[in-house]
Ligand binder design. Structure first.
Ligand code: CUA
Length: 346
């Protein structure tokens, strides 16, 4: 008896606490928080591909189901706390068995069947002959290789472009630690596991610019490992890929030309490739068309001359523990020339 009245009082204070907290959080704050998470270039709830649309459907089904269950449970709790009428023994038993076992079993089985029915969509491969892109998770950037039947693969970094309404097959791996490849607007996340190749197929359905990110903690600069994703028409995509396959064009600008000398003189080619030059390093990102990319440092900086200067001189400050050394010994003029050269690699 003492136990019963004690727990009823405890429950009442808990319910009052919840009501107070709800009053404290104004509706507008909640709405703003909720809505801001549903839009933008990196949102699972603003789907722009078939796979992402299924995930968004699953999310809403789960959310609506959870809210209904929550309301029923809170309603029963309030009834148990404040209700005057003493329920009969039969009704009590019915509530315990029905609400505690039968109802959850039916709901969870329903959600399980609904979720499992989607599984084939996520594990299926893109049809034979689809665009194939290999992506390797590096520390902390993305090595991207477009495979072309009958022609050498085109390597670039930290940017992915796709034609709209065409299936694409991603082959994912990593040389050292586990990363997770995720473009929330286009599909689910897939781990990149050392010594194994994982797969992801998706079909973008809306043109636009999206944002991908690493979704598995992989070291100090895990949060600085993103990449822009551009979905465009087939023609625009083909033009872009053809351009990416070409070697770098040498700029006639004398400032950029002296930057090119500095690139060679400082040994940058030991780590970076610029196709069409003697720079053939494979440790760091391919820089053949780096000036034409949307971002620098894997989604960390915008792509302009000033950002190149900052990046070259302060890599460790911008991206802690990055493998690339800082070239802060270079004079301002030299940094400008190097930046002008890299920016000219369109
Ligand atoms: Cu790569 Cu986290």
């Amino acid at each position: 008896m003492i136990m019963a009245s004690y727990s009823a009082a405890g429950l009442r204070s808990t319910v009052e606490g919840v009501l107070d907290a709800r009053r404290a959080l104004s509706t507008s704050t909640l709405t703003a928080l909720f809505v801001s998470g549903c839009t933008g270039a990196q949102s699972s709830l603003a789907p722009a591909a078939q796979g992402a649309a299924r995930i968004a459907d699953l999310f809403w089904a789960m959310t609506i189901g959870s809210v209904i269950i929550l309301l029923v449970v809170v309603g029963l709790t309030l009834y148990a706390t404040y209700g005057r009428a003493q329920p009969s023994e039969k009704l009590s038993q019915l509530l315990v068995v029905g609400g505690g076992a039968v109802f959850p079993t039916i709901v969870l089985t329903g959600l399980l069947i609904y979720g499992l029915a989607m599984l084939p969509d996520f594990v299926a491969s893109a049809p034979e002959g689809s665009l194939k892109i290999s992506v390797t998770g590096e520390q902390w950037w993305w090595r991207v290789r477009y495979q072309r039947p009958g022609a050498p693969a085109v390597e670039l970094a930290n940017e992915i472009r796709l034609p709209v309404n065409e299936a694409v097959q991603f082959e994912l791996d990593s040389p050292d630690v586990i990363h997770s490849f995720w473009i929330p607007s286009l599909g689910g996340k897939v781990d990149m596991i050392p010594g194994r190749q994982t797969q992801l197929a998706l079909t973008p359905t809306k043109t636009g610019e999206y944002r991908g990110a690493c979704a598995e903690y992989c070291g100090t600069s895990h949060a600085l490992m993103a990449f822009p994703v551009v979905v465009s028409s087939r023609d625009e995509f083909t033009r872009w890929l053809t351009r990416q396959a070409e070697p770098a064009v040498t700029s006639t600008d004398p400032h950029a030309a002296s930057g090119r000398e500095l690139f060679v003189g400082n040994g940058c080619g030991a780590c970076h490739t610029i196709r069409g030059t003697h720079a053939r390093g494979v440790i760091g990102p391919d820089l053949t068309h780096v000036g034409g990319r949307i971002s620098l440092g894997a989604g960390t900086l915008p792509n302009d001359v000033e950002a190149f200067r900052r990046w070259i001189a302060h890599t460790k400050a911008i991206k802690p523990d990055v493998l690339m050394p800082e070239f802060h010994m270079l004079k301002d003029k030299e940094l400008s020339a190097l930046a002008a050269y890299l920016e000219s690699l369109q």
